[in-house]
Design a protein around this ligand. Structure first.
Ligand code: IVH
Length: 672
């Protein structure tokens, strides 16, 4: 299907409008309108059109959020209106003194304040010309910052184009780029699992991510923006008060703090502080205080500035979130994928009003970098409900002879050997099939579609099976009976029967699927297939040396090592033996084509769509080599339909008739 340019342009415009609407709903209002899959489909369509018509790409297209080319360095930007800092107040008295100065300066008895959270992130300024984002810059020294335009474009809740109307031709919006607490936790956990450097807190994560020279890196980080003001000369004001300015910004599509409030006088401002300090934990972002701003912009103007801070605003800081305590022990926990996480057991201490008795040390590398030892006095920090962590050791207080931390050689959860892959910082348990900490993950992977393909064995069910002790290792799945299953939640007789049948069916599999199902680290579907073809059967694979493994195409030293470690672990071998005992079997794979001759004997196969790895003629030849016949039309007599990209009506027809449909990979597996 080819589109003419005009039709494409119209479709592109429609898609962008739609995607912007969904982005705004999802990222600004936190109220998604469509499913991820539907969204992805629209996004892909837009990408495809822009690829076909590159002249239609504009900087405000949602596709531009993925990040452009890396820069050698950031260009410098001079701020037309300086980005100043705020005065801090650490007590009520200091806030009252601020209020007194404002009242006296303005000659009034009470001042109305706009109150808002003080975000703990990085300040940025965004410039819009004719409603389109043209520049983003960091604060720098307040007068000159760095041009991070490419990076701010990747922040999903920053509007690339203003919504609605009524905005000035030129608009400069100021605010803070942050990483939400939940995103930070997830990101750090993933980093720790990968054995990579973690961020100390969401603020560092936001700053480090925004100042990446490669915008594609920034694009992968879950950053968010919150606007807190407009930089404008009086004749450019978009409203007479700060509160109304924020309302305007919100109308134009900017995310603003939901916790904004107006206080009539200092007492209400202090009450706001108390409410926010209490709510602090529950806020989605890290907040280190609140900001009071004189609401009336003309009054702000009259108050003016002292040195580098405005007289009309103050940051009222929360009590610090750090404390010093002693590490009483370092314990090691095992994650779902076998990664070992050291955790400091602390002498309990109050941090920001909460009792803290343990803190994560992330991974072995981090412990070594910070050199945390049992007996050390350490600074612990929590930012909101972020998991407390050890920031640094107070070296002066280290007791003599405090031992260096060392990872255990055996998994604390199951006693299997611990492996450290060369070049990776992280230590992992090798008992993937056996370890209770990894059980659920192992079972889910084992049952997944591309592995043993046990239909209906999802997360909720696996949770229950493990929790009830019905399944300890994947081999136990084959012992499940209908009578065991019907005792589970939401499990009727019929679904229990179906599940037992699905498990039973999975006994007949292929060596490639089986090897993949074992969940050996770094062994994906493709490697599993290569291994199966190369070794032909399981015993030679289990006993293969590193060298023998590396003879398989695409298997390098890291993969080889993971395989050797996996099969060396007696616990894993026991589970494999139990699986074979339970009747899991596969046809022996022969590398030569002769023995697979006839696998499609007498079968009718229809082809639809395009395959990426071969032409239609090649696919036909492969089918015929195996004794099959390619048919043009799909009918009840058709045995398989192979569906490539952009399949035609044959696919629908086949679905209606309930004919087995193979995707490209499945087809490749079949003809191999
Ligand atoms: S107003 C002229 N409002 O705090 C006053 N700043 O020390 C400009 N910040 O780097 C700042 N939340 O990035 C303002 N609600 C808020 C804020 C806020 C965080 C940061 C800001 C600046 C620092 C000022």
């Amino acid at each position: 299907m080819t589109l003419d340019r005009a039709t494409a342009a119209a479709r592109v415009a429609a898609l962008r409008a739609e995607i912007e609407r969904y982005d705004e709903a999802y990222f600004v209002r936190d109220a998604p309108l469509i499913s991820d899959a539907e969204y992805d489909a629209l996004f892909r369509e837009l990408l495809a059109l822009e690829e076909a018509f590159p002249e239609l790409v504009t900087p405000d297209s949602p596709t531009q959020r993925v990040g452009g080319k890396p820069l050698p360095e950031f260009a410098e930007v001079t701020h037309a209106i300086p980005m100043l800092s705020l005065m801090n107040a650490f007590s009520e008295e200091e806030v009252r003194a601020f209020d007194r100065r404002c009242r006296e300066g303005l000659g009034v008895t009470s001042v109305r304040y706009a109150c808002e959270p003080k975000f703990d992130g990085v300040a940025v300024t965004l410039i819009y010309e004719e409603g389109v984002l043209v520049r983003g810059a960091t604060r720098g020294d307040g007068y000159r910052g760095e041009d991070v335009t490419q990076n701010v474009r990747t922040v999903r809740n920053i509007p690339l184009r203003l919504r609605g109307g009524g905005f000035p031709r030129s608009l400069e919006v100021r605010g803070e780029v942050v990483m939400l607490k939940r995103d930070f936790e997830r990101w750090n956990a993933e980093q720790a699992e990968r054995g990579e450097r973690v961020f100390a807190n969401p603020r560092n994560a936001a700053a480090g991510s925004l100042r990446q020279l490669d915008p594609r890196v920034t694009a992968k980080r879950p950053l968010r923006f919150f606007a807190y003001g407009v930089a404008a000369k009086p004749h450019e004001w978009v409203a007479p008060t700060h509160g109304e300015t924020m309302a305007r910004l919100q109308e134009w599509g900017f995310p603003v703090a939901a916790e904004r409030s107006i206080a009539e006088g200092v007492e209400e401002a202090l009450a706001y502080y108390a409410r926010m300090e209490e709510a602090r934990e529950r806020l989605p972002y890290g907040v280190d205080g609140v900001v009071y701003k004189v609401d009336d912009l003309a009054a702000q103007e009259r108050l003016g500035f002292v040195a580098r801070a405005p007289r009309f605003a103050v940051a009222h800081k929360f009590t610090p979130q750090e404390a010093i305590t002693v590490v009483e022990a370092i314990e090691v926990q095992v994650g779902r994928t076998g990664a070992l996480t050291p955790v400091a057991r602390l002498r309990p201490v109050m941090v920001g009003g909460v009792r803290v008795s343990s803190a994560t040390l992330h991974n072995e590398e981090e412990v070594r970098r910070k050199d945390v030892r049992v007996g050390d006095s350490v600074v612990v920090r929590r930012a909101g409900d972020v998991i407390p962590e050890v920031v640094q050791v107070v070296l002066d207080k280290r007791p003599a002879g405090a031992p260096l931390f060392a990872m255990p050689e055996r998994c604390p959860a199951c006693g299997s050997a611990v492996e450290r892959v060369s070049g990776e910082a992280i230590a992992r348990c090798t008992g993937g099939l056996f370890c209770p900490a990894q059980r659920k993950e192992a079972i889910l992977h084992f049952a997944s579609r591309r592995a043993m393909n046990i239909e209906g064995l999802g997360e909720r069910l696996v949770d229950q099976l493990v929790h009830r002790g019905l399944v300890e290792s994947v081999a136990d799945l084959y012992r499940l009976r209908v009578a065991d299953l019907v005792t589970l939640e939401r499990m009727g007789e019929k679904s229990a029967q179906n599940l037992v049948a699905a498990i039973s069916r999975s006994r007949a599999t292929t060596l490639a699927r089986f090897v993949y199902a074992l969940g050996i680290r770094n062994v994906g579907e493709r490697t599993a297939r290569d291994l199966a073809r190369h070794f032909g059967d399981l015993p030679p694979l289990m006993t293969a040396s590193r060298e023998a493994l590396m003879a398989v195409p695409e298997v390098g030293p890291v993969v080889a090592e993971a395989i050797v470690h996996f099969f060396a672990e007696p616990h894993n071998r026991a589970v494999i033996a139990a699986l074979l005992e339970a009747g899991v079997h596969w046809p022996r794979e022969e590398p030569s084509t002769n023995t697979s001759m006839g696998r499609l004997f007498g079968k009718r196969v229809a082809l639809t769509g395009t395959l990426s790895s071969m032409t239609r003629a090649e696919a036909q030849a492969a089918i015929e080599r195996l004794g099959g016949r390619v048919v043009e039309n799909v009918s009840r007599k058709t045995d398989f339909v192979v569906a490539g990209a952009d399949p035609g009506s044959k696919l629908e027809h086949a679905q209606k008739l309930g004919i087995t449909i193979l995707n490209e990979e499945e087809f490749l597996e079949l003809i191999r």
